[in-house]
Write a protein that binds this ligand. Sequence first.
Ligand SMILES: [Zn+2]
Length: 116
Amino acid sequence: MATGCQISGCKNDVPPALTEHRLCVLHYTLSLETSCAEMRRETALGNAPQERQREIMKFITEHGERLARVATSGLHLTDDLKARILSTFLTLMNLRENLDRANMRSSFGRSGHLPR
Ligand SMILES: [Zn+2]
């Protein structure tokens, strides 16, 4: 029995790599984009706690790997979907870069005492 995408009204199949999320490729990339946009806002100010930054870092790696698995698992993806996957990769990479930059800024101002 194939499980359907959890987004109501969506009839797309859920690929094996995404069963845990119960999302089709399209909605998975959309949800990643939304999460990344939120995290980017969170980290843009450079004052996200270290703990949270580690969580975000983990999120990026985990989902980057999962997305790569989805993309290379031999699904029949439309060109649109392929383009979407690539742009989601870019979003993940940019978020990672933002995080590093924010980190760099905060470590310059960290002479002497650690944050919190
Ligand atoms: Zn869907």
